[in-house]
Design a protein around this ligand. Structure first.
Ligand code: ATP
Length: 224
Protein backbone atom coordinates (compact mmCIF):
# COMPACT_ATOMS: atom_id res chain seq x y z
CA UNK A 1 0.00 0.00 0.00
CA UNK A 2 2.83 2.40 0.95
CA UNK A 3 6.45 1.69 0.03
CA UNK A 4 9.49 3.77 0.82
CA UNK A 5 12.73 2.71 -0.83
CA UNK A 6 16.10 4.07 0.25
CA UNK A 7 14.70 7.40 1.38
CA UNK A 8 17.20 10.04 2.40
CA UNK A 9 15.96 13.45 3.36
CA UNK A 10 17.76 16.65 4.27
CA UNK A 11 16.48 20.17 4.84
CA UNK A 12 18.36 23.18 3.58
CA UNK A 13 18.22 25.99 6.11
CA UNK A 14 19.60 29.51 6.43
CA UNK A 15 20.00 32.39 4.01
CA UNK A 16 21.45 32.07 0.55
CA UNK A 17 25.22 31.88 0.69
CA UNK A 18 25.11 30.75 4.34
CA UNK A 19 23.00 27.65 3.79
CA UNK A 20 23.36 24.61 5.96
CA UNK A 21 22.18 21.09 5.15
CA UNK A 22 20.34 19.30 7.97
CA UNK A 23 20.12 15.55 7.32
CA UNK A 24 16.95 14.12 8.88
CA UNK A 25 16.16 10.67 7.41
CA UNK A 26 18.77 8.10 6.44
CA UNK A 27 18.16 5.14 4.16
CA UNK A 28 14.57 4.58 5.29
CA UNK A 29 12.89 1.51 3.82
CA UNK A 30 9.30 0.82 4.74
CA UNK A 31 6.49 -1.38 3.46
CA UNK A 32 3.00 -0.80 4.84
CA UNK A 33 0.53 -3.44 3.71
CA UNK A 34 -3.10 -2.77 2.86
CA UNK A 35 -5.23 -3.02 6.00
CA UNK A 36 -2.33 -2.60 8.44
CA UNK A 37 -2.34 -0.29 11.43
CA UNK A 38 1.23 0.96 11.74
CA UNK A 39 2.47 3.09 14.63
CA UNK A 40 5.50 5.32 14.18
CA UNK A 41 7.23 6.07 17.45
CA UNK A 42 10.47 7.80 18.38
CA UNK A 43 11.76 10.74 20.37
CA UNK A 44 11.08 14.33 19.52
CA UNK A 45 13.13 15.30 16.47
CA UNK A 46 13.66 11.72 15.27
CA UNK A 47 11.92 12.47 11.95
CA UNK A 48 8.38 11.12 12.42
CA UNK A 49 6.54 14.16 11.01
CA UNK A 50 9.05 14.44 8.18
CA UNK A 51 8.24 10.83 7.25
CA UNK A 52 4.49 11.57 7.22
CA UNK A 53 5.01 14.78 5.21
CA UNK A 54 7.00 12.82 2.62
CA UNK A 55 4.32 10.14 2.30
CA UNK A 56 1.60 12.79 1.88
CA UNK A 57 3.63 14.79 -0.63
CA UNK A 58 3.99 18.01 1.36
CA UNK A 59 7.73 17.64 0.96
CA UNK A 60 9.75 15.78 -1.67
CA UNK A 61 12.46 13.31 -0.70
CA UNK A 62 16.03 14.37 -1.38
CA UNK A 63 16.65 10.79 -2.56
CA UNK A 64 14.66 7.59 -2.94
CA UNK A 65 11.32 6.42 -4.21
CA UNK A 66 7.86 6.48 -2.61
CA UNK A 67 4.99 4.39 -3.95
CA UNK A 68 1.41 4.79 -2.68
CA UNK A 69 -1.44 2.58 -3.91
CA UNK A 70 0.78 1.36 -6.74
CA UNK A 71 1.64 4.85 -7.95
CA UNK A 72 5.18 6.24 -7.87
CA UNK A 73 4.42 9.55 -6.21
CA UNK A 74 7.89 11.04 -5.95
CA UNK A 75 7.50 12.59 -9.40
CA UNK A 76 3.95 13.99 -9.14
CA UNK A 77 3.50 17.71 -9.75
CA UNK A 78 1.82 19.94 -7.13
CA UNK A 79 -1.50 19.79 -9.00
CA UNK A 80 -1.35 16.00 -9.34
CA UNK A 81 -0.55 15.72 -5.64
CA UNK A 82 -3.64 17.74 -4.67
CA UNK A 83 -5.90 15.28 -6.53
CA UNK A 84 -3.96 12.25 -5.39
CA UNK A 85 -4.17 13.34 -1.74
CA UNK A 86 -7.94 13.84 -1.94
CA UNK A 87 -8.43 10.38 -3.41
CA UNK A 88 -6.04 8.47 -1.17
CA UNK A 89 -5.54 10.06 2.24
CA UNK A 90 -7.58 11.23 5.17
CA UNK A 91 -5.72 13.23 7.82
CA UNK A 92 -6.20 13.42 11.57
CA UNK A 93 -4.17 15.82 13.73
CA UNK A 94 -3.61 16.33 17.44
CA UNK A 95 -5.04 19.86 17.20
CA UNK A 96 -8.04 18.73 15.05
CA UNK A 97 -7.42 21.58 12.55
CA UNK A 98 -11.09 22.36 12.06
CA UNK A 99 -12.04 25.68 10.50
CA UNK A 100 -13.44 27.69 13.46
CA UNK A 101 -15.80 29.84 11.38
CA UNK A 102 -17.50 26.79 9.85
CA UNK A 103 -20.03 24.43 11.45
CA UNK A 104 -19.29 20.74 11.98
CA UNK A 105 -21.39 20.06 8.86
CA UNK A 106 -19.47 22.55 6.71
CA UNK A 107 -16.09 21.27 7.94
CA UNK A 108 -16.99 17.71 6.96
CA UNK A 109 -18.52 18.77 3.63
CA UNK A 110 -15.45 20.73 2.55
CA UNK A 111 -13.40 17.87 1.01
CA UNK A 112 -16.46 16.91 -1.09
CA UNK A 113 -16.70 20.48 -2.43
CA UNK A 114 -13.00 20.28 -3.30
CA UNK A 115 -13.73 17.03 -5.12
CA UNK A 116 -16.41 18.78 -7.16
CA UNK A 117 -19.32 16.66 -5.88
CA UNK A 118 -22.86 17.99 -6.44
CA UNK A 119 -24.87 19.48 -3.57
CA UNK A 120 -27.47 16.73 -3.11
CA UNK A 121 -24.88 13.95 -3.03
CA UNK A 122 -22.72 16.03 -0.68
CA UNK A 123 -25.60 16.41 1.75
CA UNK A 124 -26.34 12.68 1.82
CA UNK A 125 -22.69 11.77 2.33
CA UNK A 126 -21.96 14.46 4.95
CA UNK A 127 -24.99 13.57 7.08
CA UNK A 128 -24.29 9.86 6.81
CA UNK A 129 -20.70 10.26 7.99
CA UNK A 130 -21.71 12.61 10.84
CA UNK A 131 -24.13 9.89 11.90
CA UNK A 132 -21.37 7.29 11.75
CA UNK A 133 -19.30 9.28 14.26
CA UNK A 134 -22.40 9.89 16.41
CA UNK A 135 -22.65 13.62 15.78
CA UNK A 136 -25.70 14.08 13.55
CA UNK A 137 -27.34 16.25 16.22
CA UNK A 138 -24.31 18.51 16.33
CA UNK A 139 -24.14 19.27 12.60
CA UNK A 140 -24.95 22.95 13.16
CA UNK A 141 -22.46 23.46 15.99
CA UNK A 142 -19.25 25.42 15.55
CA UNK A 143 -15.99 23.78 16.78
CA UNK A 144 -15.92 26.12 19.82
CA UNK A 145 -19.33 24.72 20.83
CA UNK A 146 -18.03 21.12 20.92
CA UNK A 147 -15.92 19.19 23.43
CA UNK A 148 -12.40 18.04 22.49
CA UNK A 149 -13.65 14.50 21.89
CA UNK A 150 -16.47 15.77 19.68
CA UNK A 151 -14.09 18.01 17.72
CA UNK A 152 -11.83 15.04 17.12
CA UNK A 153 -14.83 13.06 15.86
CA UNK A 154 -15.68 15.89 13.44
CA UNK A 155 -12.10 15.79 12.18
CA UNK A 156 -12.37 12.01 11.73
CA UNK A 157 -15.63 12.48 9.82
CA UNK A 158 -13.84 15.01 7.60
CA UNK A 159 -11.05 12.47 7.02
CA UNK A 160 -13.53 9.66 6.24
CA UNK A 161 -15.97 11.54 4.05
CA UNK A 162 -14.01 10.93 0.83
CA UNK A 163 -13.67 7.19 1.60
CA UNK A 164 -9.88 7.21 1.67
CA UNK A 165 -8.04 3.87 1.68
CA UNK A 166 -5.37 5.35 4.00
CA UNK A 167 -5.58 7.54 7.09
CA UNK A 168 -2.49 9.40 8.27
CA UNK A 169 -2.68 10.50 11.88
CA UNK A 170 -0.25 12.74 13.78
CA UNK A 171 -0.67 12.27 17.56
CA UNK A 172 -4.46 11.80 17.16
CA UNK A 173 -5.05 11.28 20.89
CA UNK A 174 -2.60 13.96 22.05
CA UNK A 175 -5.35 16.38 23.10
CA UNK A 176 -7.84 13.84 24.45
CA UNK A 177 -8.56 12.60 27.97
CA UNK A 178 -8.27 8.85 28.57
CA UNK A 179 -11.98 8.15 28.05
CA UNK A 180 -12.05 9.90 24.65
CA UNK A 181 -8.74 8.26 23.77
CA UNK A 182 -10.20 4.80 24.39
CA UNK A 183 -13.28 5.54 22.31
CA UNK A 184 -11.13 6.89 19.43
CA UNK A 185 -8.91 3.79 19.52
CA UNK A 186 -11.94 1.51 19.49
CA UNK A 187 -13.29 3.46 16.52
CA UNK A 188 -9.97 3.18 14.65
CA UNK A 189 -9.92 -0.59 15.20
CA UNK A 190 -13.51 -0.84 13.98
CA UNK A 191 -12.81 1.21 10.84
CA UNK A 192 -9.76 -0.91 10.17
CA UNK A 193 -11.63 -4.18 10.60
CA UNK A 194 -14.87 -3.25 8.85
CA UNK A 195 -13.65 -0.97 6.07
CA UNK A 196 -10.07 -2.21 5.70
CA UNK A 197 -8.68 1.30 6.07
CA UNK A 198 -4.88 1.38 6.45
CA UNK A 199 -3.67 3.57 9.31
CA UNK A 200 -0.29 5.19 9.80
CA UNK A 201 -0.19 6.79 13.22
CA UNK A 202 2.55 8.91 14.79
CA UNK A 203 2.37 8.58 18.54
CA UNK A 204 4.22 8.99 21.82
CA UNK A 205 1.56 6.99 23.57
CA UNK A 206 2.05 3.29 24.34
CA UNK A 207 -1.71 2.74 24.48
CA UNK A 208 -2.03 3.94 20.85
CA UNK A 209 0.93 1.82 19.76
CA UNK A 210 -0.72 -1.21 21.42
CA UNK A 211 -3.53 -1.28 18.81
CA UNK A 212 -1.02 -1.34 15.94
CA UNK A 213 -0.14 -4.45 13.93
CA UNK A 214 3.41 -3.12 13.56
CA UNK A 215 5.42 -0.46 15.35
CA UNK A 216 8.25 1.37 13.64
CA UNK A 217 10.77 3.13 15.84
CA UNK A 218 12.71 6.03 14.40
CA UNK A 219 15.98 6.90 16.06
CA UNK A 220 17.88 9.91 14.73
CA UNK A 221 16.30 9.46 11.33
CA UNK A 222 17.00 5.73 11.05
CA UNK A 223 14.50 2.91 11.47
CA UNK A 224 15.69 1.05 14.55
N1 ATP B 1 11.10 22.49 7.39
C1 ATP B 1 12.19 22.16 8.08
N2 ATP B 1 13.34 22.84 7.91
C2 ATP B 1 14.45 22.49 8.61
N3 ATP B 1 14.52 21.51 9.50
C3 ATP B 1 13.40 20.81 9.72
C4 ATP B 1 12.18 21.10 9.05
N4 ATP B 1 11.23 20.22 9.48
C5 ATP B 1 11.84 19.45 10.40
N5 ATP B 1 13.14 19.78 10.54
C6 ATP B 1 14.13 19.12 11.43
O1 ATP B 1 14.08 17.73 11.19
C7 ATP B 1 14.23 17.00 12.39
C8 ATP B 1 13.05 16.03 12.53
O2 ATP B 1 11.85 16.76 12.72
P1 ATP B 1 10.41 16.06 12.78
O3 ATP B 1 9.41 17.15 12.96
O4 ATP B 1 10.26 15.16 11.62
O5 ATP B 1 10.57 15.20 14.12
P2 ATP B 1 9.45 14.45 14.98
O6 ATP B 1 10.03 13.11 15.29
O7 ATP B 1 8.15 14.51 14.28
O8 ATP B 1 9.42 15.33 16.30
P3 ATP B 1 8.19 15.65 17.31
O9 ATP B 1 7.89 14.34 18.02
O10 ATP B 1 8.77 16.66 18.23
O11 ATP B 1 7.05 16.18 16.50
C9 ATP B 1 14.32 18.02 13.51
O12 ATP B 1 15.67 18.19 13.84
C10 ATP B 1 13.77 19.28 12.90
O13 ATP B 1 14.35 20.42 13.45
Amino acid sequence: MIQLEAINHSFRIGQKGKERIVPVLHNVNLNVRRGDIVAIVGRSGSGKSTLLNLISGYIRPTEGEITVSGRKVSRLTEGEWADFRLGNFGFIFQSFQLIPSMTAYANVELPLILKGMGEVERRVQTLSILKKVGLEEYAGHYPSELSGGQQQRVSIARALVVNPPIILADEPTGSLDSENEESLLTFIKELNRESGITFLIITHDDRVASIADHTITLKDGVIA
